[in-house]
Design a protein around this ligand. Structure first.
Ligand code: GDP
Ligand code: IMO
Ligand code: MG
Length: 422
């Protein structure tokens, strides 16, 4: 079944692990948005792989992985990532990795512009990953970006980089940040592009041919619904449409090609970077950090942790059209005696069951909680859904009812094998 895997919270829900699990029964894995701000962890047979731009299907032999037109590609970063993954024994060739010729390119100065914009925001910083994502998507929308296909026109690329470097340097000088030499930027980017060139293709007819041949397509979302530039906690969001619709605009496959949407969420909530977090809980954060869990895969920053928020999940299920939930990290709650689930937001005495749009309303939210008993036993060795303790099954059933969406998969550990089908 052609499936979108999408994050329902603020990213890091365990999308990589679920994509990897479902790749066994797929033919193609497609990334359609975001860039190397993503960090997707897959652990199998004792080896840990962290993927930033490469689709997680790269770990399986004989699967085609496509980086779609909606992704923003840091060419040097992708070359390094390919080398790192190859050093772990994975062979990467044009037979298992294609890159859209329409994908936009992150240039070295985009990363510094990202830092400059954060510096300008002072105490209102977004806490970006500083991978140049916002400035690259801004250039795309401003119609002054560079695409992979442009690299066949050396003079055009050189002229555009020279022009954009001059503009960027003016801004960077204002914040005493390092400035760039256009010739050096061109040299670095052309060298990286030459390594990627064999993989660059018009991926749209390739994807359509696979669809028509009834091959199974798996779309790997990056980030999560609350980081979506339209549906997230704006302005504390990323710069792409992370929700299900982005899979189509970012790949060139139409909505009719999609048959299933799996929404990935943790059994609790996490957030890295700044912005509202109504159910954030210092006790739960300290507990999970104490276990060595919840440190970002891309930047290593500790993630804030909090109780399950079904107001956000209900909204995320709506805007993505989620057909089944993949609940990860259930084992993170194993030791707790009682668990809280947020069922509504009290804002100035009015109960809300969907998140507000107004920025100022977020700071006035008082979460309304329901308390459920914990299971206080180790779930990591469970291999089938019915093996889960009764209290864990009750927690999941309540979770699903509050989201109005059935549970499809449950994660009880980071390994590929620790995934249960409901
Ligand atoms: P992604 O960005 O959505 O792919 O998620 P990340 O890889 O950034 O973060 C998810 C973290 O949770 C990683 O460290 C995973 O190895 C880990 N993980 C995923 N599913 C489970 C699970 O069911 N249990 C445990 N203990 N860890 C999990
Ligand atoms: P995956 O795919 C978690 C967050 C950043 C920051 C905001 C904007 O691993 O789930 P950006 O660099 O995109 O301009 O940062 O978005 N962010 C993520 N948080 N997981 C991610 O990706 C993220 N990608 C971006 O921390 O708050
Ligand atoms: Mg991640």
């Amino acid at each position: 079944m052609n499936t979108i895997i999408t994050g329902l919270q603020w990213g890091d829900e365990g999308k990589g692990k679920i994509v990897d699990f479902l790749t066994e029964s797929a033919d193609l894995v497609i990334r359609s948005q975001g860039g190397n701000n993503a960090g997707h962890t897959v652990i199998t047979k004792g080896v840990k792989y962290v993927l930033h731009l490469l689709p997680s299907g790269i770990l399986w032999e004989h699967k085609l992985n496509v980086i779609g037109n909606g992704v923003v590609i840091d060419p040097g970063g992708l070359v390094e990532e390919i080398q790192r993954i190859e050093s772990l024994g994975i062979v990467i060739t044009p037979a298992n990795l294609l890159i859209s010729d329409r994908a936009h390119v992150v240039l070295p100065f985009h990363k510094e512009l990202d830092a400059a914009r954060e510096a300008a925001l002072g105490s209102h910083q977004i806490g970006t990953t500083k991978r140049g994502i916002g400035p690259t998507y801004a250039d795309k929308i401003n119609r002054c970006g560079l695409r992979m296909a442009d690299f066949n026109e050396r003079t055009f690329v050189t002229d555009r980089i020279t022009h954009r470097v001059a503009e960027a340097n003016e801004i960077l000088a204002r914040y005493a940040l390092p400035t760039f030499d256009a010739a050096t930027v061109c040299g670095e980017v052309f060298t990286a592009f030459e390594r990627l060139r064999p993989h660059v293709a018009n991926t749209i007819p390739v994807l359509h041919a696979a669809w028509k041949a009834k091959q199974t397509l798996l779309f790997e979302g990056a980030q999560g619904t609350l980081l979506d530039v339209d549906f997230g906690t704006y302005p504390f969001v990323t710069s792409s449409n992370t929700t299900a619709g982005g899979a189509c605009t970012g790949s060139g496959l139409p909505p009719l090609a999609i048959e299933r949407v799996i929404g990935v969420c943790k059994a609790y909530t996490t957030r890295v970077g700044a912005g509202p977090f109504p159910t954030g809980d210092a006790g739960l954060s300290d507990y999970l950090h104490g276990l060595g869990r919840e440190f970002g895969a891309t930047t290593g920053r500790p993630r804030g942790c909090g109780w399950l928020d079904t107001v956000l999940l209900r909204f995320a299920c709506m805007v993505n059209g989620v057909t089944g939930l993949a609940v990860t990290n259930l084992d993170g709650l194993d030791a707790y005696d009682t668990l809280q689930i947020c069922t509504g937001y009290d804002i100035d005495g009015t109960l809300h069951t969907l998140p507000p749009a107004e920025r100022h309303a977020w700071s006035r939210i008082v979460p309304v909680y329901e308390t459920l008993p914990g299971w206080q036993c180790d779930t990591t060795a469970c291999t089938r859904y019915p093996d889960l303790p009764a209290a864990a099954q009750r927690y999941l059933a309540r979770f699903a009812a509050l989201c109005g969406t059935p549970i499809a998969f449950v994660g009880v550990g980071p390994d590929r094998a620790q995934t249960l089908t409901a």
